[in-house]
Design a protein around this ligand. Structure first.
Ligand SMILES: O=C(O)CCC(=O)C(=O)O
Ligand SMILES: [Fe+2]
Length: 206
């Protein structure tokens, strides 16, 4: 039995096919304005295997300068596209948090991409959860404790699944071990899209 760490909630099939298709359309619009870029690990400059972009007031970027949130695209310098209303609604329904998300990180995984175990901790507000949406091919998602090297559990995430890392699970280590190619017909060219909605600043400080 896969027992998820406390505070980690997996909501299988939270979005139906129509909702998933609508989101893919919104994401394509975002990518048309804010092209995918290749993030790099800060110290080594080594590229991550995902390509990414953002929407919302703030976007997460990674390069030789570090990991950070910024209001503009690292290549074009333009403001990020607006957060689609579908995602604002989803946040309202599943986050249990009053203030809206400020950032939506869009990760594109090719068949061979993965993401190493990490914590999401570049936000000032850990009271708000991180809400993640899976679209396209299945993946093997691993989630564990708040310490590196702790016990981990693996679950398969499918298109339309939502995961909420909140409360005690907010700083859980997590990552993507692999993509299962050709397991979904949602994305014409295959692969997986993951959206993570985050509150970056504390509401009282804005
Ligand atoms: O792709 C996923 O399911 C997780 C993505 C993630 O952990 C992140 O972008 O911080
Ligand atoms: Fe993460």
């Amino acid at each position: 039995m896969n027992v998820l760490p406390k505070g980690v909630r997996h909501i299988p099939q939270r979005l139906d096919r129509q909702e998933q298709e609508a989101l893919v359309d919104r994401i394509r619009e975002c990518v048309a304005r804010a092209p995918l870029f290749a993030p790099k690990m800060p110290r080594t400059g080594k590229p991550l295997s995902v390509r990414m972009t953002n929407c919302g007031e703030l976007g997460w970027v990674a390069d030789e300068g570090g990991y950070r949130y910024q209001p503009h695209h690292p290549v074009t310098g333009d403001a990020w596209p607006e957060m689609p209303h579908e995602l604002l609604n989803l946040w309202q329904e599943v986050s249990g948090y009053d203030a809206p998300p400020e950032a939506c990180l869009v990760n594109f995984y090719s068949e061979t991409a993965k993401m190493g175990l990490h914590q999401d901790r570049d936000e000032d507000d850990f009271d708000a959860p991180v809400v993640s949406v899976s679209l396209g091919d299945d993946c093997l998602f691993r989630v564990g404790e708040r310490v590196r090297g702790g016990r981990t559990t693996s679950i398969r995430l499918r298109s339309g699944d939502v995961v909420v890392l909140g409360g005690e699970g907010r700083l859980s280590y997590h990552g993507v071990d692999r993509i299962y190619p050709a397991t979904s017909t949602l994305l014409k060219n295959g692969g997986r899209i993951n959206l993570t909605l985050r509150r970056v600043t504390k509401p009282s400080a804005t």
